[in-house]
Design a binder for this molecule. Structure first.
Ligand SMILES: *[C@@H]1O[C@H](CO)[C@@H](O)[C@H](O)[C@H]1NC(C)=O
Length: 399
């Protein structure tokens, strides 16, 4: 063998080692949006490859976990488009969500090939007039709508009468534990790495609970911070759309993309004053908890019975007004007074399946924000979170 061929073999071996090192150093599984963006920039990954990876994982895992009910047939095309835009340095191609696949809870309307069913056969094939407000913003940010997530039918607020599109979702940590409703598919799919990030919606606990039991991060924004236009409604004074992701940072990127005024949703006008103008990313601080006063809720002063009464009285105008006034009073005299009196930065509580309704109801009736982050696992391995909540517009502090 000549020196030349020996040399070329050596070079090949070296190069081989070099490249395998690079490719194995990056794994899509558990990657954050920052990891993915870096891989895009360094040309180790394209959006198309990323979508292909997720489609493979969905085919492999979804028959068991059932987090997705529909996959966007255009997702590969959209990924290809994102790759072209990045190549051309097109405007917006450096946005944190550009080329990143996102999963939407199925009550969020998309004007594309996907159905918007709220988990019910009753709405299968229905045609929505336009994208939901938050979807308009996500598309503008360059995110790829990968599919629709399974959910409790009609968010479990109608039930029994309709046939259900999404059935038997499973908790990826402990299959028998249940994923918690009703943004269950979003929680499952993010936890099992079938998608990068997701959106859920909350009326009472629907973001916080499934995030908590699937060991991910959920942010339930102040009501009106994110538009509910194009989102099948349950309670206008409580409904809110928020991110469900694997890290706080990812959730904040998604929140940054979806907050803002939408003339189709009046509540967003009133909440504009709560929005952090320079975005929420600036509040991500590793030692943000230092020196903060946290309150732990012990008693139920807040009127779950009235909340339930209010929900059952839709349409009974006079009574409803009375109940709503009462709820407002309870919020003012309850959480608001508590936070002011004790000069609290936030309220904190462990959040597991048994206690799921405690803090979320408190936050729900006042339209207050909350965030849950993974805290551990119970004795059979079911994850639970720790939930921080506070008054309207307190997102910067919660983050
Ligand atoms: C939407 O629903 C129709 C049935 O009405 C179905 O044929 C179609 O495949 C669904 N779309 C997607 C993207 O799954």
């Amino acid at each position: 063998m000549s020196t030349n061929s020996l040399l070329s073999i050596l070079v090949c071996l070296l190069l081989y080692g070099f490249f395998t090192k690079i490719t194995t150093a990056f794994s899509i599984k558990e990657a954050t949006t920052d990891d993915l963006q870096l891989a895009f920039q360094q040309k180790h990954l394209t959006s198309r490859q990323l979508v292909q990876f997720y489609l493979k994982e969905i085919r492999r895992l979804n028959p068991l976990l059932r987090g997705f009910i529909e996959v966007n047939p255009d997702s590969l095309y959209l990924a290809h488009k994102a790759d072209q835009e990045r190549k051309a340095n097109a405007q917006g191609s450096l946005h944190t969500l550009h080329g990143i696949p996102i999963l939407l809870r199925d009550n969020i309307a998309t004007k594309d090939k996907l159905n918007t069913t709220t988990g019910s056969f009753a709405l299968l094939g229905s045609v929505v007039p336009r994208d939901a407000g938050v979807v308009v913003r996500l598309r503008k940010a360059g995110a790829i709508i990968l599919g629709k997530a399974s959910m409790s039918e009609w968010a479990a607020f109608r039930s029994t009468f309709y046939l259900v599109v999404s059935v038997e979702e499973k908790n990826p940590y402990v299959l028998s534990a249940g994923p918690c409703g009703s943004s269950s598919g979003s929680g499952i799919s993010v936890a099992a790495n079938m998608v990068a990030v997701s959106l859920g919606t909350e009326t009472d606990g629907y973001i916080l609970c499934p995030s908590s039991v699937n060991s991910i991060v959920g942010i339930k924004p102040t009501v009106g911070l994110t538009s509910r236009s194009g989102v099948v409604p349950i309670s206008p004074r409580q409904d809110t759309v928020g991110p469900m992701c694997r890290t706080v940072r990812d959730a904040v990127y998604v929140l940054d993309a979806i907050v803002g005024f939408d003339h189709y949703d009046d509540a967003t006008r009133a909440a504009v004053k709560f929005i952090s103008e320079a975005g929420y990313k600036q509040f991500l601080k590793p030692n943000g908890l230092k020196g903060k006063r946290l309150g732990m809720e012990k008693t139920k002063e807040y009127g779950q019975d009235l909340f339930e009464a209010a929900e059952s009285l839709k349409g009974a105008d006079k009574l409803l007004k009375l109940v709503v006034a009462n709820l407002n009073k309870l919020s003012r005299n309850g959480l608001e007074e508590l936070v002011r009196k004790h000069k609290l930065d936030a309220l904190v509580t462990p959040y597991d399946l048994r206690r799921s309704s405690d803090i979320s109801t408190l936050l729900a009736i006042g339209g207050y924000p909350g965030i849950t982050v993974p805290a551990g696992y119970d004795n059979v391995g079911v994850p639970f979170g720790i939930c921080f909540g506070g008054l309207k517009g307190i997102e910067p502090k919660l983050i």
